[in-house]
Design a protein around this ligand. Sequence first.
Ligand code: SAJ
Length: 428
Amino acid sequence: MKLCVIGLGYIGLPTSVMFAIHDVDVHGVDVNKHVIETVRKGQLHIEERGLKEKLKTVIKNGKLTVSSTPKKADVFIICVPTPLDENKKTDLSHVKSAARSIVPFLEKGNLIILESTVPPKTTERILAPILETSGLKVGEDLFVAHSPERVLPGKMMQELVENDRVIGGIDERSALKTADVYKTFVKGHLYLTDAQTAELVKLIENTYRDVNIALANELALIAEKLNIDIWEAIRLANYHPRVNVHLPGPGVGGHCIAIDPWFIIEQAPEEAKLISLARRINEAVPSRVIEWIDRVVKDIEQPTITLFGLSYKANVDDTRESPALAIYKELSKKNYRVKIHDPFVKKKLPEQVDTIEKALEGSDCLVLLTDHDYYKHIELPSYQSLFKTKNIIDTRNLYAHVPLEQYGFSYYQLGTPRHPFAKKEEKR
Ligand code: SAJ
C-alpha cells in the first residue's frame, strides 16, 4: 500500500510515522517549508513523546518521504487544521485546498480519508464534490470516508494504536476499505458508520468535555460563595460509579475542546442552548483569573506577576487557544511587569524566562496556570526569599498540599474559601 498524508502537524506527522514503521510507503505533504525541511532531517517541529526516534528510523530507511506536493498513492489521508474564523464560523479553507491539491493525482480505486474535525456533512457536501472535479465519481471510482482522530496530545503514539476508532464511510465499501487501512496498526475496535454520524460523534466527544468543564467551573464559583472546597467535593462526588465531573481551571484551551462545540452551534444555533452557554462560561474564566490578580496586587506599585505555564494543559508544548496566553495578553495591557516560565514551551515571548529563579526574582504574585508535573515537584518554600511579596494564586489545585501559609505566603486557590474576595473571617 502507498499512502499520501496531507498535513504533517500534530496528527498528520505521528500518523505518517505510525504507518511507516508498519512497513507502509508513506509520502507526507505540508505547505510549510520549515516543516518539510525539519522532518526531512528526521527532526521534530512539534513535541510528542516517543515520536522522535521512530521518525528518525523511517526517514533513514526511506519509508517516509516528505515534500510540498502530493504524489500518486492508493490511499490519501487529510490531516489539516479546521480553525474558526473571527465570527466563530468553521474555516474549511485548509480542507478544501488539501482536497484540491490531490485532485491531479487521483486514480480509479483510490481511497480518500478525512481525519480533520469538521461539521456534519462536510465529507459528503464539500470534500466529495472537490474530489469529483478529477472526473472520477465518488462511490463508483473513488472511496471516501471520515475517520476522526481521537488521540490525546502527549500520549499520541500509544493512543493511535490502542484507542477505538470510528469510521464513517460515504458508503459501506468506503468504510470497509478504511477499516482495512487502519488495521495496519490500530489494536482498538473499529466501529463502522456513515460519514455524517462519524463527524457528529467527534464533535459530541469534545462538546461533552466542554459542557462538563463548564459545570466544574460554575461549581467552583458556587463553592467560593459557599466557602466549600470544590476539589474535595468533586473528588468525593466522582466516587459514585456513574459520576465523572471534570475539573475547574483557568479556562479551556487546545485546538479541540474550545473549538469543536462551535461546529455544532453553527449548524443548529437555536437548539444548541446548553452548548453555547457552556462555551460562554468557559470563555469567561480567564478574566476571572485577571480579577483575582488585580485584587491580590492592588496595593502594590508596578507589581511583578509571574506566570507558571503557557501551554494549554499539562506536559505539552502546545499553546493553541491556551487560557494562559489570553491571561498574559490581558496582563500586558496593564501596568504590570510580567514574567513567564514554561519548561515545555520554546521561547516565543519576550517575557519568557528559562529558570524558576529568574521567574520568581522580585515577584509580587505567582500565578500557577498549567499543572505541568515539573511544577508539582518544585519546593516553593525554598524559593521564598526571591519573592518581593509572597502571593500565590493556584488555578489548578497543585499546591494545596504544601503548607504555604506557614511560610508566610498568601495562598489563593480557585474554587475554595481561599480566594482574594473572601472576608478575613471566612478564610480558612
Ligand atoms: N480541562 C479543564 N478541566 C478538565 C479537563 C480539561 O479545565 O477537567 C482543560 C485543560 O486544561 C485544557 C482543555 O480543557 O485547557 C482541554 O484539555 P483536554 O485534555 O480535555 O483535551 P485536549 O484538547 O488535549 O484533547 C482532546 C481529547 N479529547 C478527550 O479526551 C475526549 C482527545 O482525545 C482528542 O483527540 C482531542 O481533544 C482532539 O483532537 O479532539
